[in-house]
Design a protein around this ligand. Structure first.
Ligand SMILES: Nc1ncnc2c1ncn2[C@@H]1O[C@H](COP(=O)(O)OP(=O)(O)O)[C@@H](O)[C@H]1O
Ligand SMILES: *[C@@H]1O[C@H](CO)[C@@H](O)[C@H](O)[C@H]1NC(C)=O
Ligand SMILES: *[C@@H]1O[C@H](CO)[C@@H](O)[C@H](O)[C@H]1NC(C)=O
Length: 381
């Protein structure tokens, strides 16, 4: 330092700056990579989406099954026969658990909004009559409770005749466990939705069975914004990347979306509103039927009105995810009627992705493709 050559100090300063820049870029790169990873797989940091954790949850389920606390038509296959085999954890957040499993050679998804049976409220009637007489609870009383739960959760008033799919069926030797299991399932909105729509719609997942608080649905190839075609055509239907087969498949999926829109609009006693429309919430079957796999944000008209009718000072207060209404400034209340539609949002968030530029190697004329683009834009607006 005695010599103190100014030139050298200058050079060193520059090289330090370079190193600093490189270091900053490297750090930023890692932060970005981790952020992207967390966005794609929110469950990775949670130790609860591990195989070990999932197996522990299923082992507890089977223990409760063996001691008679819970039951269900899948328990035997899961806990005794080994025909329902755990494969991997798909998702875990705040107790909600989604597992992939193999059921007699068929890929299925096991779901519950809470991993522990004990997290669900127990049926008050069972506690009161602990020990002896749960056989004696009149069926009418139980049906009334199911109807109450449906009214609470979906906002629908159904006659006991239409509650059949939610009902555990005949009193058997495991009646107590059956009631407790049904009650845990009835606390899960999605289960109620899917069970009631069972057999009424090809655009929702059928419930394949249940064990305790877990219910099974078919495993399907879900959409993703990361796919260039939004849906994994190869995985779902064996359609190779690119080419005319792909363009045709996309047209067929679009038609199935339109069929679903029509169906949800007019085939139930109340309109069904989808308030969270994005590729991830839909999946396709082998035959390219579109299925709404996440119905947490699907609401029948009465519930929709209840959700929309909020206090407001402007229209922006009346937006509930993809479901909008307008603020009535005279009374500062949002209108109960939704002002946009499922079709509009699907045009905006799904179709525009496919049809805003001409499809590569499509069989239809360019002129028709431009026309389609215009129609989709008009629909979205
Ligand atoms: N039927 C299914 N087939 C394939 N994957 C599914 C299915 N159901 C759920 N998943 C996967 O599990 C994830 C979480 O399930 P979901 O019910 O959508 O939870 P949430 O409503 O909390 O997002 C989904 O993003 C999807 O990746
Ligand atoms: C489920 O039970 C386990 C073991 O008792 C506990 O560690 C876990 O926190 C519980 N999970 C929830 C969501 O309550
Ligand atoms: C909405 O406004 C009414 C009347 O101004 C008020 O009584 C009510 O508490 C408000 N509700 C909410 C949820 O803010």
């Amino acid at each position: 330092g005695a010599r103190g050559p100014a030139g050298r100090r200058g050079k060193c300063g520059r090289c330090g700056q370079g190193a600093l820049l490189a270091c900053a870029a490297w750090t930023a790169g890692w932060v970005l990579a981790v952020a992207l990873l967390l966005r794609a797989h929110p469950g990775v940091l949670s130790e609860r989406c591990t195989d070990e954790r999932s197996r522990r949850i299923l082992a507890a389920l089977c223990r409760d099954y063996r001691r008679g606390a819970l039951t269900g038509d899948l328990c035997e296959d899961l806990c005794v026969a080994g025909k329902l085999l755990y494969q991997r954890c798909l998702y875990y957040e705040r107790g909600k658990k989604v597992l992939q499993a193999d059921w007699r050679g068929r890929p299925v998804v096991l779901k519950s909004t809470s991993e522990n049976f004990s997290s669900f409220q127990s049926l008050g009637l069972l506690d009161e009559e602990a020990g002896e007489g749960s056989q004696d609870i009149p069926e009418a009383e139980l049906l009334l409770m199911v109807a109450g739960q449906v009214k609470n959760v979906l906002g629908l008033e159904l006659s006991s005749g239409s509650l059949g799919p939610l009902w555990p069926g005949q009193q058997g030797p495991r009646w107590r466990g059956q009631l407790a299991s049904s009650w845990a399932l009835l606390q899960q909105e999605e289960f109620i939705h899917l069970s009631l729509l069972q057999g009424l719609s090809q655009h929702v997942l059928p419930v394949l069975g249940s064990c305790g608080h877990f219910y099974a649905v078919e495993y399907l190839a879900a959409g993703s914004p990361h796919h260039r075609t939004l849906f994994p055509l190869d995985e779902a239907a064996g359609i190779p990347w690119g080419g005319q087969g792909q363009a045709k498949a996309i047209s067929n999926i679009a038609l199935s979306f339109l069929d679903m829109v029509n169906h949800f609009h007019s085939d139930f006693s109340h309109r069904l509103h989808l308030c969270d429309i994005k590729p991830e919430n839909f999946a396709i079957r082998r035959d390219l039927t579109v299925v709404a796999i996440d119905v947490d944000m699907a609401f029948f008209e009465p519930k929709m009105s209840e959700i929309l009718e909020q206090n407001c000072t402007g229209d922006e207060d009346c937006n509930f995810f993809d479901c909008f209404s307008k603020c009535d400034l005279r009374i500062n209340k949002c209108g109960a009627q939704r002002v946009n539609s499922n079709l509009q949002v699907i045009c905006d968030k799904i179709f525009r992705h496919w049809f805003s530029s001409p499809l590569e190697s499509s069989a239809i004329s360019l002129q028709l493709q431009w026309q389609l683009r215009g129609v989709v834009q008009e629909c979205a607006d």
